[in-house]
Design a protein around this ligand. Structure first.
Ligand code: SAM
Length: 215
């Protein structure tokens, strides 16, 4: 079975199992080649629904989790999106595939991972729509604020205050919030300057480090 067939099968399974239903998300995940975001020795596992190591003790999230996160962003395709935790660059690319007008700004604290993500994004053809920044994403990225959507792909002790401030009115923030090992997925909407939070269930992300993360 070639990669494309394996990918389509996996995404159909995620749909059948109820993880994703949004047509844009399904279409994007069927298009973005996850095998280009992992190392050579892991390519054969890239269409199995599990996280995979990407170096520096970090992981590319499991496909069902990427599907859930992107679906919760409720994208129209015209947003400016801030992602905290570029990792492999895969999640940012799935978002970029949905955007026909907007762009993704993604922040990674590890230089090495950011360089690799840049390479992966180039190979997959999303360079034009994604800007990668090296730095502490727990502080957001003021230079391009405000954002229509903010996504954290690392678990935070709470939603970092600067991210709340950098979100546009009516904007959506999706964040795993809780402990270092397990969190609750929070979807927040900014209404009248305040974040109205909704809990979406348990998840397990690597910890967010930095000023507003874990030490
Ligand atoms: N979105 C990624 C992908 O598609 O491969 C997976 C992200 S991985 C689960 C979490 C990432 O968050 C790691 O690469 C980690 O280095 C990064 N990270 C943790 N704390 C950070 C911070 N304060 N600023 C930026 N990146 C951070």
């Amino acid at each position: 079975m070639n990669f494309e067939t394996k990918r389509n099968k996996l995404i159909d399974k995620l749909k059948k199992n109820g993880y994703i239903s949004n047509k844009k998300v399904i279409k994007a995940m069927k298009k973005v080649p996850r095998h280009l975001f992992v190392s050579k020795d892991l390519k054969n596992e890239s269409y199995v629904d599990k996280p995979l190591p990407i170096g520096k003790n970090q992981t590319i999230s499991a496909p069902h989790m990427v599907g859930i996160l992107v679906q919760e962003l409720n994208l129209t395709g015209e947003e400016k999106v801030l992602e905290i935790g570029s990792g492999s660059g895969y999640n940012a690319s799935v978002i970029a595939e949905i955007l026909h007008k907007g762009k993704v700004i993604t922040i990674e604290r590890h230089h090495k991972l950011a360089d690799k993500a840049k390479e992966n994004i180039k190979k997959s053809g999303y360079t034009e729509k994604i800007k990668i920044i090296v730095g502490d994403g727990s502080q957001g990225y003021k230079e391009e604020a405000p954002y229509d959507r903010i996504l954290l792909t690392a678990g935070a002790p709470e939603i970092p205050q600067p991210l709340k401030e950098q979100l546009k009115e009516n904007g959506i923030i999706v964040a795993p919030v809780g402990g270092r090992r397990s969190q609750t997925l929070i979807v927040g909407k900014k209404i009248n300057g305040k974040i109205k939070e909704e809990k979406k269930g348990g998840c397990a992300f690597v910890p967010l480090k930095g000023k507003y993360g874990f030490s």
